[in-house]
Design a protein around this ligand. Structure first.
Ligand code: IPD
Ligand code: CA
Ligand code: CA
Length: 253
């Protein structure tokens, strides 16, 4: 099956999962703690994952699956899934959460889909074919100085405070959205200019990296090195302010 057919499948299944997620948004039947009190899991993370994984197993029984909630069946051809990116937002009823699905060959993302159920937007890309949101081609912003930018970041103990202090007189704003995938999709669409993530997992970033690159953006780790899906730290940007941004990050790490 072609990558175009695969991306259509991934878009459909992300939307199906998103629709079901909306039924318990802000009020999931069960919320528990995973690794710590700051790391939440809901019954709907598992529900969304099983909808997506069952559909993949039916359609692509040969493919591997790496999914956040306990599936690690890695293969050279595999799907990498975050059934809810932004579980804290989801559990609290905040709108910034997403479903992220990527198809990867030899650890290289070939297609990526990020669906935001509340605002009903679906971002996607196929390697070499550009990035889209609901059928419309998207590209990163052209803002070329930090002082013109809005940046996004995650909540990383020991880093976020330092980074905000470093940047507070250099950018218009720093925002914390609570979903790496949603944040990277916004950078791809030019709605913000960079996103800094200190600790990320493959399911947070596999779709995001491809969509951002296909939208003309740049992604490295926080030291400026090329990234793969297992890199941990990520700086997503419009490319124009990437070097300037890395210099400021260097000063605080
Ligand atoms: C988290 C979100 C959050 C980021 C964390 C991720 P989850 O994913 O993307 O914004 O700061 O690093 O783990 O746990 O909601 O899937
Ligand atoms: Ca995640
Ligand atoms: Ca998740």
């Amino acid at each position: 099956m072609s990558l175009m057919e695969r991306v259509d499948f991934a878009i459909k299944i992300s939307r199906k999962a998103g629709k079901i997620l909306l039924s318990e948004w802000g009020n999931p039947a069960n919320i528990s703690e995973k690794s710590s009190f700051q790391d939440l899991l809901t019954n709907m993370d598992k529900k969304s994952q099983s909808i997506i994984v069952e559909a993949i197993r039916e359609k692509f029984p040969e493919d591997g699956v790496l999914a956040e909630e306990g599936i690690d069946e890695r293969k050279s051809k595999m799907w990498v899934i975050d059934p809810i990116d932004g579980t804290v937002n989801y559990a609290f009823g905040l709108p910034s959460f997403s479903v992220s699905i990527a198809y990867v060959e030899d650890d290289q993302p070939k297609l990526g889909v990020i669906h935001l159920p509340v605002i009903d937007e679906t971002y996607y890309a196929v390697h070499g074919s550009g990035a889209y949101m609901d059928g419309v081609r998207i590209k990163v912003s052209s803002r070329d100085e930090l002082r013109k930018t809005v940046g996004l970041m995650g909540f990383f103990r020991g880093f976020t405070g330092k980074f905000i202090s470093e940047m507070e007189d250099k950018v218009i704003r720093i925002r914390m959205l609570g979903s790496i995938a949603a944040g990277a999709a916004y950078i791809a669409a030019g709605r913000a200019d960079f996103y800094v993530a200190k600790r990320a997992n493959p399911w947070d970033v596999a779709a995001a990296v491809l969509i951002l690159k296909e939208a003309g953006g740049r992604v490295t780790d926080i030291e400026g090195k090329e990234v793969g899906i297992y890199s941990k730290s990520y700086v997503f940007s419009n490319g124009k302010i990437h070097g300037e941004l890395l210099k400021h990050i260097k000063d605080i790490i």
